[in-house]
Design a protein around this ligand. Structure first.
Ligand code: ATP
Ligand code: FE2
Length: 332
């Protein structure tokens, strides 16, 4: 379908982040604004995060338009994260999108957040057909396109890698978010302490490792930096191993990183070494597109809209549990 260039307003609200972004149909990101709900404990109470999104949705959307130097009349399509995520949070973004679409008579489209991570990575890195290692707070999945769908080849059997890292960081008294602080601390150590390593096929598990690390910390026999260093080496080796297995299984020669945990330079380095060793290529989007963001929601919406998908405002409901492999891939 050939269309005149147009603008899409994307709205992200699956969890901590409320984001708004204006992206052009040629793939130019004109703005990518956000506010992130944080607490002292780092834990997320869905109602509180939703309340945060209610408070900030108006200003974030206005900021996104202003930064892009666009008015609402310049927007053709409104895209929102429809699945998966926390129901309370998803509903705020969905409501905002539906209100704008109905008041200003815009087209509306709903997208899957996990698939959007992969597609924004393909846009900005020019990766063609990668395996995606998607490592965020709540999600840890190895995803690739096969047989007309985005398939989940492997995933965490318990918690997401980011939630695991942030929980361990709180145990060490480092505060939230823990990922960047754990990384800084790990640079002070070169002493590797062997830790439980749980890979099952292409799946990973972190809960036993978390208990083990908490016991080691409590014993007082280990330095915090050695635990931080060894934890990173262990879980990143697990993640790189399952990503490599998925690449071998699918025959794909590109690895794309996604999710906030992928901002970690050591994970990027280890993934890079694995790719060099198997003659594959690593693609890493910039940090603001690795973490949850609305630009990826806008871009994903345009891919679906351009492929002919249409959504009625009355059908624009959220689906907290829709899985990546249930998404109908109309645009590839
Ligand atoms: P979801 O699971 O819905 O995608 P989320 O809101 O929890 O989302 P992200 O923003 O993708 O996820 O990722 C959050 C994780 O990324 C946290 O564990 C955080 O500690 C980690 N993180 C964020 N920035 C960095 C960084 N610069 N270096 C290392 N880790 C980081
Ligand atoms: Fe995400």
């Amino acid at each position: 379908m050939i269309m005149k260039p147009y603008m899409c307003l994307g709205i992200e609200s699956t969890a901590h982040t409320f984001g708004a972004s204006v992206v052009s149909s040629e793939g130019r990101i004109l703005s990518n604004e956000k506010r992130v709900f944080t607490t002292e404990s780092g834990g997320i109470v869905p109602q509180q995060a939703a309340e945060h999104h209610v408070q900030h949705c108006d200003s974030v959307i206005k900021e996104a338009l202003k930064k892009a130097k666009k008015a609402i009349k310049d927007i053709k399509l409104v895209s929102f994260s429809q699945s998966p995520g926390l129901g309370h949070c998803l509903r705020i973004g969905g409501m905002a999108a539906r209100s704008i679409a109905s008041i200003h008579k815009k087209d509306i489209i709903g997208v899957n957040h996990c698939v959007a991570h992969l597609e924004i990575g393909r846009l900005v890195t020019k990766a063609k057909d990668p395996v995606l290692l998607y490592v965020s707070g709540a999600n840890t999945q190895v995803i690739a396109y096969e047989g007309g769908k985005y398939r989940i080849f492997g995933e965490t059997l318990d918690m997401g890698a980011g939630n695991f890292i942030d929980t361990f960081a709180r145990t060490l008294g480092l505060g939230f978010p823990g990922g960047p602080k754990i990384y800084e601390l790990s640079l002070k150590s070169k002493k590797f302490i062997p830790l439980p390593y749980t890979v099952k096929g292409m799946d990973v598990s972190f809960s036993g490792l978390l208990t083990n690390l908490q016991q080691k910390h409590k014993s007082g026999k280990y330095l915090k930096e050695d635990l931080a260093f060894s934890m990173q080496e262990t879980i990143f080796a697990m993640l790189v191993e399952v990503a490599e297995r998925a690449m071998a299984h699918t025959g794909k020669e590109e690895l794309l990183l996604g999710g906030g945990v992928a901002c970690n330079k050591r994970l990027q380095e280890m993934a890079g070494i694995m790719c060099v060793e198997r003659g594959a290529k690593l693609f890493v989007p910039p940090n603001d597109l690795l973490v949850d963001n609305a630009a990826m929601i806008a871009w994903q919406g345009m891919l679906q809209f351009n492929a002919g998908e249409r959504l009625k405002i009355g059908d624009a409901k959220v689906d907290p549990y829709l899985r990546t492999d249930e998404v109908n891939v109309s645009w590839r």
